[in-house]
Design a protein around this ligand. Structure first.
Ligand code: SAM
Length: 224
């Protein structure tokens, strides 16, 4: 084998003019690859969710997870992560003593990945990852809820939580705060920040009726 071959190839590539057609081919290839990744890996499970409510997967940073857990310190019982991604918050919550720790996630690949992480940590029988639409989950029994979703859906989620959660529930939001609620505590800075909300306090400040929430959810479904 000729040792100079890679160097020569590299030199030739550097001097070669790609041209307009080459640029079009590269752009088309990249676009196709991104589209294929979206359809095969990111899109499954979201077909029935209105476009405006679709939230992409971005994992919480280690610092964000720590801040969420700090805000939950002293709390007991179960925990639910709405849009659980690869399951990191649920797994950490279980390790901090929250039982049961449950994640709701629509993307089946992420549900599998979360289960794999739980199995690798030897906690697969203790945590639960369910492939369900968070907008359809009944939250009336939940006491500890974590969310890391896009700002565009937080106003609607705020209304669902306010309509369903018990008064003694604590909601912890990562990266983006709820638009109309006042946090009882805040941890961290920048993109790793987390906000804790006491449910009873929110309910006293911003009353929401079931019918208002139902109207908004119906409108969202009708708009697709
Ligand atoms: C920003 S990621 C956060 C992942 C994880 N909670 C974390 O903190 O690392 C949001 C997740 O919510 C999921 N998601 C978005 N809409 C959903 C829905 N309607 N039902 C269930 N999961 C949803 C996405 O697939 C994505 O994995």
């Amino acid at each position: 084998m000729d040792d100079d071959a890679p160097d020569e190839l590299f030199a030739e590539l550097k001097t070669r003019h790609i041209g307009g057609w080459g640029v079009v081919q590269i752009a088309a290839g990249t676009g196709l690859a991104v589209y294929a990744m979206w359809v095969v890996i990111l899109q499954p499970g979201f077909r029935k969710v209105p476009l405006r409510l679709q939230v992409p997967y971005v994992p919480a940073s280690k610092a964000q997870v720590n801040h969420v857990m700090t805000l939950l310190r002293g709390r007991k019982g179960g925990l639910v992560d709405l849009g659980s991604g690869d399951g990191r918050i649920v797994l950490e919550a279980h390790q901090q003593g929250f039982i049961p720790a449950v994640g709701y996630e629509l993307n089946p690949w992420l549900v599998r990945l979360a289960r794999f992480h739980a199995w690798r940590a030897d906690h697969h029988e203790k945590v639960s990852y369910r492939r369900e639409d968070l907008w359809k989950v009944d939250l009336t029994e939940c006491k500890n809820i974590t969310v890391f979703l896009a700002p565009s859906v937080l106003s609607l989620l705020q209304q669902k939580l306010q309509a369903e959660l018990p008064d003694d529930a604590l909601v912890v939001a990562g990266r983006f705060p709820f638009p109309d609620w006042t946090p009882c505590r805040v941890e961290g800075h920048g993109v790793d920040r987390a906000w804790a909300y006491n449910m009873q306090a929110q309910r006293q400040n911003t009353p929401v009726t079931d019918s208002k929430l139902n109207n908004e959810l119906t409108q969202e479904k009708g708009s697709t």
